[in-house]
Design a protein. Structure first.
Length: 510
């Protein structure tokens, strides 16, 4: 399964020309950009830059690219003192401490000695992973999301090893996988999905939700997947230590028989690795073998969206996907996994059948809607999810209560940063109404916070609007139209390209 050569997949991100342009030519190679990270502070000036780390791992990358069937039997020596220092510098400085109660700043006070000792323990097998500290954060639906906060040295070792493993797996992962990968972000994924829906014959959309994925993935299957490419037993043991370290909750350590803690540095890579074998390779093979109409796939971590031209193929894929997930200790959420009629002709078809408007689906913080442009043509519209917006407004309300007695300029500058950060993600075309509503609600919360500072306060809407005009950014699109950015990011994408038998558009969304 893992040894199949990847064909020119539709919507595959940013491809460079093949080395051999003959017919058939060599496979295109996906272009990757370096991920941004924390700036190195003066106290850590001896650490490697991301570019130099990439150069040192270039031989690993080239070997992984040249030998898709090769196993790497000696990798741990790449986890050097220099790489551990670099990994330390890439961690968040203000992150919450784990069970060791050790902060980033405290560890850096004697960084050289600490890292040298850590390196020695890792290489002689004396390193022991500590249990993660359980922490819960509120979800938009009111439930609690469990996070695992690892000890600082565990974060350092995980971050270093992830850098080494990325050099291998970035050559293996498929084009429609976007989550937590270097040079790829949520808007790249959203662009690929939008182009896939609008530029291909997508009439049905499967919004698949894997129930409690991070808590359910099988340790035994994960190790078997890792062993496809990694033959260094020391690396396998390291991963096993992190999986079996357990979690500490209320002072009690609980063993972990399955899953990987959300929030752990290595968890995103391990999750991508698991779904690469469970979903990506299988979905690509399913499309090649079974699809007669056009099919697209987009996956961001455990969030999956698939588009189909034909309803029968969509229903068959959904049934096959349920079976596939169950084979690897996963399940599709029975209520959140939906197959809906969606696309450029969905509205007309539903009108002819006497049905209402096409249903919508949520993906990466946006509700996707079958809409119309001002000229009356089909337009995929994206609006901020209402439940997520309400959750953000509740957090702003609580923080304003704590900042109630700050000066108005201090409150205004803080609210400006919050609104600007919200707009930086959500200010996409067709979302202006949601942006305006968010800014309006923030202004209302600010007014009530000012009124509660004193019983005699008579702050009017007119005054708040003047303050908002001064401190809060105006709602306007900050992101280009998906097809525009997609064409720039993937210059080799051609709307007319077709791949039999599925008939997919070439580009970046599988």
């Amino acid at each position: 399964m893992m040894h199949e050569r990847e064909k020119s997949d539709p919507f595959k991100v940013a491809q460079k020309p093949a080395n051999n342009p003959g017919q058939p030519g060599a496979e295109p190679v996906e272009r990757r950009e370096g991920a941004e990270g924390n700036a190195v502070e003066p106290s850590t000036h001896r650490t490697l830059s991301r570019a130099s780390v990439s150069q040192r791992l270039d031989r690993v990358r080239q070997a992984a690219k040249a030998g898709k069937k090769e196993r790497f039997t000696a990798l741990l020596h790449h986890v050097s003192v220099e790489l551990l220092k670099a990994a330390y510098s890439w961690l968040k400085r203000d992150a919450a401490p784990g069970v060791d109660q050790l902060t980033w700043k405290q560890y850096g006070q004697d960084l050289e000695a600490n890292v040298v000792d850590l390196h020695a323990r890792v290489h002689r097998g004396a390193y022991r992973a500590l249990p993660s500290r359980r922490h819960y954060i509120a979800k938009a639906d009111g439930r609690q999301r469990p996070l695992g906060i690892a000890a600082l040295e565990d974060k350092i070792v995980q971050r270093a090893l992830v850098e080494v493993l990325n050099a291998i797996y970035e050559e293996d992962f498929l084009g429609f996988s976007y989550g937590f990968r270097p040079g790829r972000g949520q808007h790249d994924c959203l662009d690929a999905l939008a182009v896939g829906i609008t530029r291909t014959k997508v009439n049905w959309v499967l919004d698949a939700d894997i129930g409690s994925f991070f808590d359910s993935l099988s340790h035994s299957w994960l190790v078997r997947f890792v062993e496809h490419r990694i033959g260094d037993p020391r690396v396998i043991r390291l991963i096993g230590k992190w999986l079996k370290a357990g979690v500490m909750e209320d002072g009690v350590v609980k063993p972990t028989a399955a899953g990987t803690p959300q929030g752990a540095v290595a968890s995103p890579l391990l999750a991508n690795l698991y779904l690469h074998y469970v979903f990506d390779l299988w979905a690509r093979r399913w499309r090649e073998r079974h699809a007669r109409g056009q099919v697209i796939f987009v996956r961001y971590a455990d969030d999956i969206v698939a588009g189909f031209e034909h309803e029968a193929e969509a229903r068959r894929f959904m049934a096959d996907l349920r079976v596939r997930m169950e084979q690897f200790a996963l399940t599709l959420h029975p209520e959140k996994t939906r197959l809906i009629e969606f696309g450029r002709v969905a509205a007309e078809r539903r009108v002819r059948r006497g049905l209402g408007k096409p249903e919508t689906f949520n993906f990466l913080g946006f509700t996707h809607i079958c809409g119309r442009s001002q000229s009356g043509t089909y337009q995929l519209q994206r609006k901020s999810r209402r439940d997520r917006m309400r959750a953000t407004l509740r957090e702003i309300k609580e923080e304003l209560r704590r900042r109630r007695h700050d000066s108005i300029p201090e409150q205004g500058r803080w609210l400006g940063q919050v609104v600007r950060g919200y707009f930086n993600y959500h200010a996409v075309p067709t979302n202006n109404k949601s942006l305006s509503a968010f800014r309006h609600h923030v202004s209302g919360l600010w007014r009530r916070a000012l009124q509660r500072r004193s019983q005699k306060d008579r702050t009017t809407w007119a005054r708040v609007l003047r303050l908002a005009a001064h401190y809060l950014p105006a709602p306007q699109p900050l992101h280009p139209w998906p097809a525009v950015r997609f064409a720039v990011t993937h210059p080799r994408w051609e709307p007319g390209a077709r791949i039999a038998p599925a008939g997919i558009c070439a580009g970046g969304a599988g």
